[in-house]
Design a protein around this ligand. Structure first.
Ligand SMILES: C[S@@+](CC[C@H](N)C(=O)[O-])C[C@H]1O[C@@H](n2cnc3c(N)ncnc32)[C@H](O)[C@@H]1O
Length: 428
């Protein structure tokens, strides 16, 4: 594949909504490295600590929860901070959607993320308000399980994970639908160079009917007065403004929510949505549009009656498939869905479990003592090693590093039995 030819085709896509100067800036930055970002987990207060420890991290001017970094300078994905759930690594452009959405949503809005895996949009919205229930769904079961792994690492109790084909989702209504559709991904070519080889006009054409079908599904699940957040990582107007235009033509009870673009954001053609363009905005290519369905409709947000958990917790206990999960709350209207995980799992029910509790519970338990580890001890724990430790405590403990919860262990004869599940152990 001729890289220059592909880049020239992709630059051409911008002519529909960018001026010459903007296109030139884009072209001059096509070969620069992608901008990486992370969003801080609001459960912890580690921004100052991270900025101090990783001096190449840069704070965002727009979003105080966001930091930028260069992959070649710090491998943040392989740190104790990442494993402990201090942040979620995501493209800075992608996380701006929840920044706007959060301002528009009611405190108790029920959010349905139709194409959620690996969870970026749901997780970033959850960080901004841990009280709203977010149903994070993805058609791919394998990818939906990734959502749960992220939710578990970050200790989030307001994200429930399912894997339905959106076309077959039971008829539930939501106050907000996040619809981050499968797209041609032309905006991500700096981050994932193979996207460039993969891109073609045919790929765009193939995806258009899927996107418009998903838009219609989103419409059906949106209550009157609710908000739809549509997004792609495509630079093609056909997948972006034209999809929105067709949708608005078809659904005359829906209207654009116009947000004032901030500096370096490009207004979409006919003021339909916002483009974030690599090289212009500090992030990769994202398009998003916010739409409101007119009217006022109440949706059922009756909370289910909970049986009391045997453990002491302020979270709600929900029994699903005979297993207990802890979560912020569960509504009657969604209690009968097929879940991957309706919250964080409480008990480890595997046959030879050494620890009675599931690893997920270590992230939120309120009745188990904690032992703070040094950096070397924390690394050793994450590698799955047994650590020499002096403690009078002979019960189950949660091991922490800089207040981040890493997992369970038990001290016996000055040695820590390591209960970190094998699948989560890492070379660090
Ligand atoms: C852009 S990704 C979602 C990224 C996610 N929102 C995030 O922020 O991490 C699009 C998702 O759509 C799903 N998908 C692919 N084909 C689909 C289809 N035909 N119907 C519904 N979802 C589909 C994929 O499994 C993929 O996870």
């Amino acid at each position: 594949m001729d890289k220059m030819l592909q880049l020239s085709k992709i630059s051409n896509l911008l002519t529909k909504y960018c001026n010459e100067e903007e296109i030139l800036t884009f072209k001059n930055n096509c070969e620069s490295p992608a901008v990486n970002g992370l969003l801080l987990n609001s459960k912890y207060d580690l921004k100052a600590k991270l900025l101090n420890e990783f001096p190449t991290l840069i704070s965002s001017d727009i979003d105080k929860a966001q930091l930028y970094f260069k992959k070649e300078q710090c491998q943040l994905g392989k740190t104790i901070y990442h494993q402990g759930g201090a942040f979620y690594i995501m493209d800075p452009s992608a996380s701006i959607i929840s920044f706007y959405l959060n301002e528009l949503l009611q405190e108790d809005a029920f959010v349905l993320d139709l194409c959620a895996a690996p969870g970026g949009k749901s997780i970033s919205l959850s960080f901004r308000n841990p009280n709203r229930i977010i149903l994070a769904n993805d058609i791919s079961f394998t990818r939906a399980k990734e959502i749960y792994h992220n939710v578990e690492r970050l200790g989030l109790t307001n994200i429930l994970t399912t894997s339905y084909d959106p076309l077959k989702l039971p008829s539930i209504l939501a106050d907000c639908i996040i619809l981050d559709v499968p797209c041609s991904s032309s905006g991500m070519f700096r981050k994932e160079p193979k996207m460039l080889d993969d891109w073609s006009e045919n790929k765009v054409k193939r995806l258009l009917p899927i996107q418009s079908q998903l838009l219609n599904v989103a419409y059906q699940h949106l209550r009157k007065g609710g908000i739809l957040a549509y997004s792609t990582c495509s630079l093609s107007i056909e997948e972006d403004e034209e999809q929105i235009k067709a949708f608005l033509n078809e659904h005359n009870d829906c209207e654009m929510i116009h947000i004032k673009p901030q500096e370096k954001m490009i207004q979409g053609k006919d003021k339909l949505g916002i483009h974030l363009i690599p090289g212009i905005y500090k992030g990769e290519g994202i398009y998003f549009a916010l739409i409101q369905k007119k009217g006022e409709e109440r949706i059922d947000k009756t909370e289910i009656k909970y049986p009391k958990s045997k453990i002491q917790t302020s979270y709600k206990s929900f029994i699903y498939n005979s297993k207990e999960y802890l979560l912020t709350k569960m509504y009657e209207s969604i209690k009968n869905l097929n879940y991957i995980a309706p919250g964080l799992k409480l008990y480890d029910d595997s046959q030879y479990a050494k620890c009675p509790f599931d690893h997920a519970y270590s992230k939120i338990c309120q009745d188990i003592a904690q032992i703070e580890l040094s950096e070397e001890e924390a690394k050793s724990y994450l590698r799955g090693e047994e650590i020499r430790i002096k403690s009078e405590n002979k019960d189950l403990v949660v091991l922490t590093y800089q207040t981040l919860r890493l997992g369970f262990g038990k001290v016996s004869n000055n040695r820590l039995k390591n209960y970190l599940p094998k699948g989560l152990r890492m070379s660090i």
